[in-house]
Design a protein around this ligand. Structure first.
Ligand SMILES: O=C(CO)[C@@H](O)[C@H](O)[C@H](O)[C@H](O)COP(=O)(O)O
Ligand SMILES: [Zn+2]
Length: 207
């Protein structure tokens, strides 16, 4: 390995670690709030919808799968859907309408008031994610933006926003991975370990 390659590796590791530490130091309460909103929705019979492009599409599928299968503990499967997986719906909507509507039409079809929609975009500028959040908001879903940079246009359509303060897509995605895992772990905590912590919020208007 050359010195240059070593530096590329150690710089990436260091910058990612600093960003991760900064984000969680500044946003622990917001992460807990989003997890609580997800747990409250699930308790009330709701479900969790995820969408995003590229690496964020992979994140959407990853997080939905943790909920549907299991995370760190044995517990019943939880209802979650990634809106990135149905190639027939995605291609039909993209072909007949526009790429900007590939997620929002699925939100119209599958989303119900009280469900949680998590839109994932490192730039906050993906039109299809923002349109899904806008439609979700309009239809009574609890909308969450998992973003980056300064938050971008997604902020206009989100009840909750978890914004990683960096514009480098890969680094932001790595923190999104940690956020997604924490959300899954905290949902399990609220639903199966410490349901008393949800009680003060049960029946209250979300968000
Ligand atoms: O994974 C990566 C880059 O690390 C790419 O696939 C990346 O997700 C794509 O370029 C996305 O289209 C970026 O969209 P967004 O995060 O700005 O919403
Ligand atoms: Zn990536």
């Amino acid at each position: 390995m050359t010195e240059r390659v070593h530096k590329i590796i150690t710089d990436h590791a260091h910058e990612g670690a600093v960003l991760r530490k900064t984000f969680f130091a500044d946003n622990a309460a917001q992460v807990a709030e989003v997890a609580r909103a997800m747990a409250l929705s699930l308790t009330a019979g709701g479900k969790i919808l995820f969408c995003g492009n590229g690496g964020s599409a992979a994140d959407a599928q990853h997080f939905a799968a943790e909920l549907v299968n299991r995370f760190m503990m044995e517990r019943p499967p939880l209802p979650a859907i990634a809106l990135t997986t149905d190639t027939s719906a995605l291609t039909a909507i993209g072909n007949d309408y526009s790429f900007d509507r590939i997620f929002s039409k699925q939100v119209q079809a599958l989303g119900r008031p009280g469900d949680v929609l998590i839109g994932i975009s490192t730039s906050g500028r993906s039109a299809n994610v923002n349109e899904a959040l806008r439609v979700g908001l309009e239809n009574g879903l609890v909308t969450v933006g998992l973003g980056g940079g300064g938050g971008g246009a997604m902020l206009a359509h989100c009840h909750h926003a978890l914004i990683v303060p960096d514009t480098r897509t890969p680094l932001v995605q790595e923190i999104h991975g940690a956020i997604g895992h924490l959300l899954c772990g905290l949902v399990d905590y609220y639903l199966f370990e410490a349901v008393a912590e949800l009680e003060p919020f049960l029946g209250s208007e979300q968000p």
